[in-house]
Design a protein around this ligand. Structure first.
Ligand code: SF4
Ligand code: SF4
Length: 292
């Protein structure tokens, strides 16, 4: 039963209930992030690892890491109190694919809540090798952070990667990372997942290149792109973040190629509730008022 753009009805339902994939869903449906993934397999120059993965989050206090059983218990409680939450995701605090606990957690959730949408965000380095596991546990919406498709540009953004027991730097690291990100995206689309690409806009490095990323991901069948503003910290602490105008202009120029997400709030890796109205940050008393 294929429908719009070749997506089947079940996937269309999931998109229409995902607050990040459909802007009309953001006020009606929520998501819960389970912070079960502390380790990371790369080092981005804009990340100082004191905070949640900046590829999906804004810096704050690092989310408290849960083990899979604790994550299941939290999910039980939150879904019982807030049935408008339809998406369960792992987004950090490190890279979800660099932590076995991610898969253990998602499997527990799938067995107990077969109707929720399972979602994950990653830097993509381990995506090709983890694809079978992602499909086994039933992830259907996937975000990959893709900041450049040109290794010379990517080499200015990532300091080093750790891949199959070896550490790589410079253009060599960038080449491996980009190849795996693109191979992973291709495999995920082929397998029927709905893809979001996050791209961090770093004015001094990739501003004029992002349009090439948009063209490439259109070809690959990515559903939506989220151009996120650089948060200046770590090695990039002295850089200027993009203005809202520059980001909007860039989103407008990418829109003809791939739908743009413009309502991202760079949530914490333990956020839950509606986007921008995180219950994880609220007092117990206020949470009870919002139960619905
Ligand atoms: Fe930090 Fe995320 Fe980059 Fe890892 S992938 S270094 S956690 S921003
Ligand atoms: Fe959605 Fe952005 Fe929050 Fe991720 S960080 S859950 S894409 S609003």
């Amino acid at each position: 039963c294929h429908d719009v753009n070749g997506l089947d009805r079940e996937i269309l339902r999931k998109i229409s209930e995902h607050p990040c994939y459909d802007k009309n869903a953001q006020h009606k449906f929520g998501r819960i992030h389970l912070a079960v993934a502390p380790k990371c397999n790369i080092q981005c120059n804009y990340c100082d690892r004191k905070f949640d993965c900046v590829n999906e989050s804004r810096p704050g206090v690092t989310s408290e890491v849960l083990n899979p059983q604790e994550a299941l218990e939290k999910t039980r409680q939150v879904l019982k109190d807030h049935p408008f939450i339809k998406v369960v995701a792992v987004a950090g605090p490190g890279d979800p694919l660099a932590n076995d606990e991610t898969f253990e957690t998602l499997e527990l959730i799938k067995n107990e809540f077969p109707n929720v949408t399972l979602c994950l965000s990653t830097n993509g380095l381990a995506l090709p090798e983890k694809m079978d596991e992602l499909l086994r546990v039933g992830v259907s919406t996937l975000t990959v952070t893709l900041n450049a498709i040109d290794p010379e540009i990517q080499a200015q953004i990532v300091d080093h990667i750790s891949y199959k027991g070896k550490s790589y730097t410079g253009v060599e690291a960038a080449e491996i990372l980009i190849a795996n990100q693109l191979e992973g995206i291709e495999k995920a689309v082929e397998a029927g997942m709905v893809l979001k690409v996050n791209t961090v806009l770093i004015p001094e490095i990739n501003k004029d290149h992002i349009i090439e990323v948009a063209k490439k991901i259109r070809e690959m069948g990515v559903f939506i792109m989220n151009v996120m503003p650089l948060i200046c910290q770590a090695k990039f602490v002295d850089m200027e973040p993009p203005t809202n105008e520059v980001r909007k202009e860039l989103q407008d120029s990418c829109e003809p190629y791939v739908q743009q997400m413009r309502h991202c709030r760079q949530c914490r890796s333990d956020a839950y509730g509606l986007i921008g109205k995180d219950l994880s940050q609220m007092s117990e008393e206020r949470r009870n008022v919002i139960k619905m």
